[in-house]
Design a binder for this molecule. Structure first.
Ligand code: DX5
Ligand code: ZN
Length: 226
């Protein structure tokens, strides 16, 4: 059974001085969601945006805002991101002592909850937490920066997760893959089982509208073959 392909431009690579225009281009290209990378300078070396910018983006679009929290103690900030307009929030398993509590907290606001897993973090957390998740984000680069090279071992990991979800009647859970995704490698990512595809530099470098369309075309043609 093929799964719905969802394209999520990562705004990290957008022109922040012209965010409204960039968001419009994402809509025109047919994006399914907007991926917002939240970094705190502790969990990852970089610092990016907080709820203030998410709140500024919210009135610009009806697209779901997918907030990827790369921050320590994410549970302290969930409510702030919900108030800012997040529709989906993922938290990293590597900085969580109380994952179950945090996922329940996210869902208590009637938005989608997800976990994010670094490239070399074992999938055990995902197996354990899957039933409390609406999506599972597999990092295919080390979080912190856009424009990095796709880590190939993420493909096997993605297949393992996709098989687990299929075997456990959990196929409604989206597999989001994030990092180094481009038009040229998206086919193998879809064939490994990912259906929610985040791309930053692959979309914002060049013609945003065309890049989204081409990314979707490649992804859907592979999805159709499966
Ligand atoms: C990395 C971020 C990604 C990143 C993706 O820490 O989580 O979302 O912006 O950018 P590209 O597609 O350029 O790897
Ligand atoms: Zn991200």
């Amino acid at each position: 059974m093929t799964r719905k392909i969802k394209i999520g431009p990562s705004l990290l690579s957008a022109d922040f001085a012209n965010l409204a225009l960039e968001v419009k281009k994402c809509e025109k290209g047919g994006a399914d969601l907007l991926h917002c990378d939240i970094m705190d300078g502790h969990f990852v070396p970089n610092i990016t945006i907080g709820p203030l910018i998410v709140e500024a983006i919210r009135p610009l679009t009806k697209l779901p805002l997918n907030c990827h929290l790369m921050i320590e103690k994410p549970e302290k900030y969930i409510e702030d991101f919900v108030k800012a307009g997040a529709d989906m929030i993922s938290v990293h398993v590597e900085c969580q002592n109380h994952l179950h509590r945090t996922l329940n907290l996210i869902r208590s606001f009637n938005i989608k909850a997800g976990i994010a897993v670094n490239p070399l973090t074992p999938l055990d957390y995902a197996f354990e937490a899957a039933e409390y998740c609406d999506f599972i984000l597999l990092m295919s680069v080390n979080p912190g920066f856009g424009g990095q090279k796709f880590i190939n071992s993420s493909l096997k990991k993605c297949e393992t997760l996709a098989n687990f979800l299929a075997q456990n009647k959990l196929k409604h859970i989206d597999i989001e893959m994030d990092g180094g995704i481009k038009i040229k490698n998206v086919s193998k990512i879809v064939s490994a089982g990912a259906n929610m595809l985040v791309s930053g530099s692959g979309i914002f470098e060049g013609d945003v509208i065309q890049n989204i369309k081409e990314l979707r075309k490649q992804a859907e043609s592979e999805n159709g073959r499966l």
